[in-house]
Design a protein around this ligand. Structure first.
Ligand code: MG
Length: 124
């Protein structure tokens, strides 16, 4: 089992520290970084998302295999890569990171209010 004890944190770090970039600014920034255009963009963005999620899994696997500490910054960088491709996909569908965040919060709040957070099915 992996716990927070397996991750190297910095003592002077604040949790949920304030950042200056907004989700909307990030969506515009991502759109200017996308290099794939046309018919291949959707597939490239989906593969990018899956690949970066795989890198998060790979770092976690190595933590188990090698019994070493996981560097917090290394995993945050990979999570950032996941967010990049998730944002690129949102942009592709004429959405934005802000809309994705809001819809996800609304969906989970609705499920929580109806007592169906656990279970399965996309539209429960
Ligand atoms: Mg990466």
């Amino acid at each position: 089992m992996i716990t927070r004890d397996d991750i190297e944190f910095f003592d002077d770090m604040e949790v949920f520290q304030e950042v200056l970039v907004t989700p909307t600014e990030y969506s515009y920034w991502v759109e200017h970084k996308i290099v794939t255009e046309g018919d291949t963009r959707l597939v490239e963005n989906v593969l990018g998302l899956v690949g970066e999620a795989g890198e998060v899994a790979e770092k976690t696997k190595k933590l188990l295999r090698d019994s070493t500490k996981l560097d917090r910054n290394d995993i945050i960088k990979e999570i950032g890569d996941v967010v990049f491709y998730a944002t690129a996909l949102a942009n592709f569908f004429d959405s934005s990171l802000a809309e994705v965040l809001e819809m996800n919060m609304n969906k989970l709040n609705d499920r929580a209010s109806r007592g169906v957070l656990q279970g399965s099915g996309d539209n429960r």
